[in-house]
Design a protein around this ligand. Structure first.
Ligand code: HEM
Length: 524
């Protein structure tokens, strides 16, 4: 109660009104036609730090200010944990894995070696193998009379990244590219359009549920999560099926380890090894192992697939960039052959400036996770790059925050700041990463895991899989560009950034709630 009635500086900031007491401004965030609408509309009106309402009237600080993001995520990361409400939400969606973990869990440090440079190099053949399978499957779709095909790329890219994360994380092939019906988990994730279907325009009670659950003793949580709410039950079904698949994999890997066979160098092997460890510093419990897998299956595929969809979409509208990329690929391949390499290496990818520019610009304009939440672990003061006015007209250059108050970090709004990216920040314009004036490098504050972008978050809880994802996307994109010309779908099909939890493409006017990206592919 004392905390509830304490003076809050956040209360004195201006901000949007909310149309639902239960869901607060999360309703506007979840129900806008496009997932970017509320973020960018409010930011244009109120700037880079303002007040929004969370569930049940609780005030929160909305930030896209560079210094504030740097302070919360990098400088003082340990003082700003993920709020319990968010951890409860992730636990419902993915099981109690690394994303929802806080405090003393061993898996993050155990998993780091699997994402080291050396380990990632080992994944390149897997990426290539699945990318070429994707190309073959897409070629089968080509219409022999028109010599091209109008394909919905969503299921194909999702299947590819799901197959990759299955093998990489658990040495388990979903074989989703061969047909989702073959595998029960692939069916739940892709055929049922899991994430989009559950999160598209959620009801107020579904939005508020993780917050409500975080306020009650954990004993009641398991009872309440059995309520027949559609979103809850979709994800619970996912967790159930994913855990049973994870159980199969863990048993197999455990046997391999017990019989002295190392198993493969995938994430699962590292976790199983840690599960069998006697050392409490490195021991990872069985449930934690299962939960990490259910997390990786979803966190590691949907995000990467969506980013690839947006890259394909932008390239279909920019044939000049397709030409630049193809020329660069041909040149880099011939250099690799001259050195005696059959395939491109990570160093080759890094040397391809057009490819890098297209990837970075796509990640900037389309951060597939639009926002993240944090909570002040103690009373603190968040510095700002750009001072903001309170409702009384006082200008403040830092925001004092009370322990327990929540912070809504808009990755979308930060990635579009004109002060960092220039006046054309709203446009997909990869040239910016070829010049130094608008590529973000001149910014006062440096943030993020790559190119000053907030897309993968930043600091101690930044995305563990960012390099993995980048290499995977580059391999797939190269393979696609060498085999197909991309062009927009015929007719007046307008693609929007769907409000589906992650930023995924949808066809404007479609009421199906399904993510879709129809594109014309012409084999080369
Ligand atoms: C374009 C692709 C991706 C994007 C945009 C992305 C974005 C993010 C973001 C923003 C976070 C921070 C979440 C938060 O703080 O609440 C995160 C965390 C995480 N990501 Fe990714 N991610 C991508 C790909 C991947 C891949 C491929 C993997 C696995 C191989 C992965 C695994 C994780 C995990 C396990 C965490 C939790 C880390 C922690 O809490 O310590 N991500 N990701």
């Amino acid at each position: 109660l004392v905390r509830h009635f304490r003076r809050s500086v956040i209360s004195s900031l201006p901000g949007p009104i909310h149309s639902s007491y239960l869901a607060g401004n999360f309703k506007e965030l979840a129900r806008s036609p496009e997932i970017t609408d509320a973020h960018l509309g409010w930011s244009a009106k109120y700037g880079t730090a303002f007040k929004i309402y969370g569930e049940m009237g609780v005030k929160m600080l909305f930030i896209s200010d560079p210094k504030a993001l740097h302070y919360v995520l990098d400088t003082s990361g340990y003082n700003f944990p993920k709020p319990l409400s968010e951890r409860v939400g992730f636990t419902i969606m993915l099981g109690p894995g690394i994303i929802s973990a806080e405090g003393q869990v061993n898996s993050p440090k155990i998993l780091n070696p699997a994402f080291s440079f050396g380990a990632l190099r080992e994944f390149l053949p897997l990426f290539r193998q699945k990318a070429s399978k994707l190309v073959n499957k897409l070629k089968e779709q080509v219409d022999s009379t028109t010599a091209n095909s109008n394909v919905d790329l969503v299921p194909w890219l999702s299947r590819t990244t799901l197959d990759i994360i299955g093998v990489a994380s658990a040495d388990y092939d979903f074989e989703a590219l061969d047909g989702v019906q073959n595998n029960k988990l692939a069916r739940v994730i892709i055929y049922d359009n899991l994430v989009a279907d559950a999160l598209y325009q959620m009801s107020d009670i579904n939005i508020a549920m993780p917050y409500i659950l975080s306020k009650i003793p954990s004993f009641f949580i398991s009872i309440l999560t059995r309520l027949p709410l559609r979103t809850l039950s979709k994800f619970q079904n996912y967790v159930k099926v994913a855990t049973s698949v994870a159980q199969e994999v863990v048993d197999k890997q455990t046997q391999l380890h017990l019989h002295g066979k190392e198993g493969s160098k995938d994430l699962m092997s590292l976790l199983v090894h840690a599960n069998l460890s006697e050392d409490p510093k490195t021991k990872v419990g069985k449930n934690e192992v299962l939960a990490q897998l259910t997390t990786f299956f979803l966190a590691g595929h949907e995000t990467t697939a969506s980013s690839l969809m947006w890259a394909s979409y932008e390239l279909s509208k920019h044939p000049e960039w397709q030409t630049k990329l193809r020329e660069e690929i041909t040149k880099t391949r011939s250099q690799a052959r001259e050195r005696g390499d059959i395939e491109l290496t990570i160093a080759d990818f890094d040397s391809m400036s057009y490819l890098q520019a297209v990837m970075k610009e796509t990640l900037r304009v389309y951060p597939t996770i639009p926002n993240i939440l944090r909570q002040a672990g103690k009373d603190d003061c968040i510095p700002l790059s750009y001072p903001v006015p309170t409702v009384n007209g006082k200008i403040i250059s830092e925001v004092p925050i009370n322990r327990g108050e929540r912070i809504f970090i808009s990755l979308i709004a930060y990635n579009r700041l004109k002060s960092i990216w220039g006046e054309d920040a709203d446009k997909w314009h990869p040239e910016r990463f070829l010049k130094e004036d608008h590529d973000g490098t001149h910014a006062d504050v440096h943030l993020g895991l790559i190119a000053n972008l907030a897309t993968f978050s930043s600091g101690i809880r930044g995305c563990i899989g960012w390099r993995f994802s980048l290499l995977e996307m580059q391999t797939i994109l190269i393979e696609l560009l060498e085999n197909f010309e991309f062009s927009p779908s015929p007719g007046n099909v307008e693609i929007i950034r769907g409000s589906t939890g992650v930023m995924a493409p949808m066809v404007k006017g479609s009421t199906s709630g399904r993510t879709q990206l129809p594109i014309t592919l012409t084999p080369l």
